[in-house]
Design a binder for this molecule. Structure first.
Ligand code: ZN
Ligand code: ZN
Length: 358
């Protein structure tokens, strides 16, 4: 539950000419009500706050969402929703979250007009409250501590899968409730795939490894990528690429401030890499918002129409991928402040080196 979110939602609905909204996505439900159960919808009107859930969550709903009237739905959320409807209203439903099957089952024999409208809650979630930024800081600090501890124990010969399992286990032991997404550990030529899955391949001396992971603390995600090298020696060509990617990262972070177009920040990173003759090898967008979801608004991309605002938390993650050779990506998390940007990472971006011998 984020303080003040309901009042801001009421104002947003009023401004959009809507009488209420049906909130269906789990992060939206959590953001607005505090309820974390796996099955729940919110029906919101200025004078009505109804949490629809099922009998497994009677106690949890009362404890987590004390300000809401809880409607238990023995015959499913839709039936419970129908039972709560009274009087004419224009009610927003989020087409990005509601399936076609649910859309077709929304009752039409009532005076409610269902209006497909992008989630007003998702829009509110773009700018983080202090409590949310604190949770993100905690999730990132935990990930960084784990990363250093994990690298110190990593040895050549470990497979990517077992290295990933070890990393995730350490996150959980330190208090993460989940991983934010599927951990990416991609050694050698597999690092050329920006979203490689860990394989049974062993990490070998001389490998350059893309490590991209994040964990969840208090519902909020972290997301970090670093380059790990197995063994003492390094390749000067890759050292130059690492330096170029890092320069792009720094330039992009320096370009972040409120009022700046997200596409301009993306372009800043791209220009740096173009200056090193590497533009064609940066094959994805620069970054994304992070919060209750690991990928949320805004998008830092060439095609993005988002404009940065104070309170947004975004990743900056330039990468260079040489087909069949490997890749380097460096990913930080950044808070847009009232005057500029604050890098949330405590850890630097140097290569993390794994000893050849135990
Ligand atoms: Zn990442
Ligand atoms: Zn990311």
């Amino acid at each position: 539950l984020v303080a003040g979110s309901l009042e801001r939602l009421d104002r947003a609905l009023l401004a959009a000419g809507l009488d209420g909204c049906l909130v269906t996505s789990r992060p939206d439900v959590r953001y607005l009500s505090g309820f974390t159960g796996s099955n729940g919808w919110l029906f919101v009107q200025p004078d009505r706050r109804i949490l629809l859930t099922d009998s497994r969550y009677v106690d949890q709903a009362a404890a987590e969402a004390p300000a809401w009237s809880v409607a238990i739905a023995p015959a499913g959320l839709m039936a419970a929703l129908v039972a709560t409807l009274d009087g004419p209203a224009r009610v927003a439903v989020d087409p990005a979250d509601v399936s076609h099957a649910i859309w077709q089952r929304l009752p039409t024999d009532v005076e409610v007009e269902w209006v497909p409208a992008d989630s007003a809650v998702r829009a509110l979630r773009r700018r983080k409250a202090h409590s949310e930024v604190d949770a993100i800081r905690d999730a990132l600090a935990l990930a960084e501590e784990v990363l250093l501890e994990w690298v110190a124990d990593l040895r050549p010969g470990m497979t990517e899968l077992s290295a990933a399992a070890d990393l995730e286990h350490r996150c959980r032991r330190r208090g993460a409730t989940a991983m934010a997404f599927e951990t990416i550990i991609a050694g050698g030529s597999r690092g050329a795939l920006p979203h490689a899955r860990p394989t049974e391949e062993p990490l070998a001396v001389g490998d350059r490894v893309v490590v991209d992971f994040g964990c969840v603390v208090n519902g909020y995600c972290s997301d970090i990528t670093r380059s790990v090298e197995i063994g003492a020696s390094s390749d000067p060509a890759w050292e130059r690429i690492h330096a170029a990617v890092d320069e792009a990262r720094c330039a992009a972070i320096a370009a972040i401030e409120p009022g700046v177009r997200a596409s301009c920040v993306d372009a800043t990173a791209r220009e740096v890499l173009a200056g090193h003759g590497l533009a064609e090898y940066f094959t994805h967008s620069l970054g994304h918002g992070v919060g209750l979801d690991v990928h949320e608004e805004p998008r830092l991309a060439t095609s993005s129409t988002d404009v940065l605002e104070a309170g947004m938390v975004v990743t900056v993650e330039p990468g260079i991928y040489l087909p069949e050779r490997g890749g380097i990506r460096l990913e930080d998390m950044v808070l847009v402040t009232t005057h500029g940007a604050e890098r949330l990472n405590g850890l630097g971006t140097d290569v993390l080196r794994v000893a050849e011998e135990a």
